[in-house]
Design a protein around this ligand. Structure first.
Ligand code: AQP
Length: 332
């Protein structure tokens, strides 16, 4: 089976609709066909200031949400990044192979550091993409299911894998991004020109899966559309309506064309009301399942412990090989 690897940050508490449709939904599907490794990336979460207690709680919360979304520990390996020390170890080697200019070109760093003020951004935030390179290469992943915003980081991963392989001998699988066109980028409900994101979106533009279902329905109903009245998929001219159609289509399985037909001659109100119902139907059981997993932290922790053990077996083998290739003296 080909292997996939991906991760999600435990920073915000609730996952948002972009995280789910852009990434987690694909993770659930891929566990059926791939040897799948999924992790809660707590090392990445400390690249911006964190509260220790919150980080610990949010790490469990992220794992609970992944299980609630449909990850099955019998079908995939689910773990917490900091439980596998090889991530930080391989990241050091990758840092030493990355050019300063190369890292400086990462647009996510530019955006996030601009928001914090360039002097306040940490070196960790700067090397975040290099840690991500290590995350992926440790598992010899063939594909990486992510949203469009991660494409540049996967490109960097490919470059560094090739650079390492050509300098030190064939060691790492060169991975490909796995990005589904329909859900590669879910847009902010209030400003459909920007991606839905926990740091850039306003509360009204951001759908958190763990919000009260009523709140979610309200946000969908007040989504920004346009002054036209036709319901048509046209991201360039009708970004708001197109975003709603993408979300609707993915959550229900109805084709975009089918939806356009269904809403022909109807107003935006009808589309929004129906989508609000679809959303409520989706988030209500999701919240319940998440709470059930949270109510039993011992089981949750033991799922994560087993996952870490499986992950470490793979990661340790790759790291040992990389250590040997770069010329580290083996410890006796
Ligand atoms: N709007 C989105 N559309 C599609 N996919 C998205 N992802 C994030 N936003 C969208 C995908 O979610 C996965 C997990 O991402 P993450 O852990 O890096 O989450 P994040 O970057 O913290 O999420 P945000 O909201 O994008 O955070 P900020 O605002 O801090 O940058 C990834 O696969 C990502 O592509």
């Amino acid at each position: 089976r080909p292997r996939v690897l991906s991760g999600i940050q435990p920073t915000a508490g609730s996952f948002h609709l972009g995280n789910y449709l852009g990434a987690v939904r694909q993770w659930v599907a891929l566990q059926e066909t791939h040897d799948a490794f999924y992790m809660v990336v707590d090392l990445h979460a400390i690249t911006v200031p964190q509260d220790p207690k919150e980080l610990r709680a949010n790490t469990r919360l992220a794992a609970a949400q992944l299980l609630a979304a449909g990850l099955d520990p019998e079908r995939c390996t689910l773990f917490v990044q900091s439980h596998v020390p090889e991530h930080a170890q391989l990241a050091w080697i990758m840092n030493c192979l990355t050019g300063f200019g190369e890292a400086s070109r990462m647009t996510q760093f530019k955006d996030k550091s601009a928001k914090q003020g360039a002097d306040r951004a940490s070196v960790g935030l700067f090397t975040y993409p290099v840690l991500q390179v290590a995350d992926i290469l440790l598992y010899q992943a063939n594909e990486v299911p992510v949203g469009e915003d991660q494409r540049q980081h996967i490109e960097l991963t490919r470059d560094l894998a090739e650079r390492f392989n050509s300098r030190f001998g064939e060691t790492f699988t060169v991975p490909k991004p796995y990005i589904l066109k329909e859900t590669a980028k879910i847009y902010d409900l209030q400003d459909p020109s920007i991606k839905m994101s926990k740091s850039a979106s306003t509360p009204k533009g951001l759908v958190n899966l763990l919000d009260e279902p009523r709140t979610t329905a309200k946000k969908v109903k007040s989504a920004v559309t346009d002054t036209d009245t036709v319901i048509r998929f046209d991201p360039e001219n009708k970004p708001g309506v197109s975003n709603l159609l993408s979300i609707y289509s993915t959550l229900t399985g109805a084709g975009i064309g089918e939806l356009e037909e269904k809403y022909a001659g109807k107003g935006y109100g009808a589309l929004k009301t129906d989508l609000a119902d679809v959303m409520v139907e989706f988030v209500t059981p999701f919240r319940e399942r998440t709470n059930q997993y949270l109510d039993d932290p011992e089981t949750l922790d033991s799922v994560l412990a087993k996952g870490a053990e499986k992950a470490r077996a793979v990661a340790a083998e790759t790291l040992a090989q990389a250590y040997d290739r770069v010329g580290f003296l083996p410890a006796k």
